[in-house]
Design a protein around this ligand. Structure first.
Ligand code: MG
Ligand code: ZN
Length: 227
């Protein structure tokens, strides 16, 4: 068994990239967002060009990221996976640096993250930001920076958790899908079986009822949870 989980809107309450762009990027980022919404550019190209518009010090970036909240049930869910030796991988079309920074604040910096890669360059005290997409796949119709349908490894039971457009291309591959928001609509429209959820605490309950073997010992208290 292997659990794969989207980040933005699934683990995080709001989209971390949107928050960073809203606060720290040249307003031209919104024009790119409109082009993406009209289907003129893929999400990969959109994000790479938007990230290049960030005008902030790394310190300001780190400060902004501290305001991204996560679903409070995710820490216990990650602890359940940990105690049962179930690999938990984050698969996101977002930004690796943002995700690692947010997860680290909750003692989860060790989780593997498949995402777009941020490079921060410092020239004379001025930072510039470049995004690359090592997990893109030209053949995937999603044209996203991270092709999630190519990210799943063979396993007897792959559980996928997501909420939105970046999860569409992978949604018919895993053995078990947990979906909310537009991913739930997508699955329903295409007759892809899924379990609806709203938060990680109800998701955890459903998962344990589907897989009673997960029941047992109480969840381990997370090692360090930031206030
Ligand atoms: Mg999402
Ligand atoms: Zn794909």
């Amino acid at each position: 068994m292997h659990v794969y989980c989207d980040f933005d809107g699934t683990i995080s309450v709001e989209d971390a990239t949107d928050l960073v762009l809203e606060r720290l990027a040249d307003p031209k980022w919104e024009l790119l967002e409109e082009q993406w919404n009209r289907g003129e550019i893929g999400s990969g190209e959109c994000m790479r060009r938007q990230i290049a518009l960030i005008e902030a010090t790394q310190q300001d970036l780190d400060t902004a990221l501290r305001d991204v909240l996560i679903d409070p049930g995710f820490v216990s869910f990650a602890a359940l996976c940990d105690i049962r030796n179930i690999p938990l991988t984050i698969v996101s079309d977002g930004v690796d640096y943002f995700i690692r920074s947010i997860l680290s604040r909750h003692g989860l910096g060790h989780l593997p993250v498949i995402a777009n890669r941020l490079t921060i360059k410092d020239e004379d005290g001025r930072q510039s930001y470049t995004l690359t997409s090592p997990y893109a796949d030209q053949n995937c119709l999603a044209a996203s920076g991270v092709c999630k349908c190519r990210s799943l490894m063979p396993d007897d039971l792959r559980v996928y958790i997501g909420d939105g457009r970046s999860d569409f291309c992978v949604s018919d591959k895993p053995e078990l899908v947990f979906a909310k928001a537009s991913l739930a609509d997508h699955c329903a429209d295409r007759n892809i079986p899924f379990i609806a959820y709203q938060t990680f605490s109800d998701l955890t309950e459903s998962l344990v009822s589907v897989l009673p073997a997960l029941r047992g010992k109480a969840f381990k208290t997370p090692r360090h949870v930031a206030a």
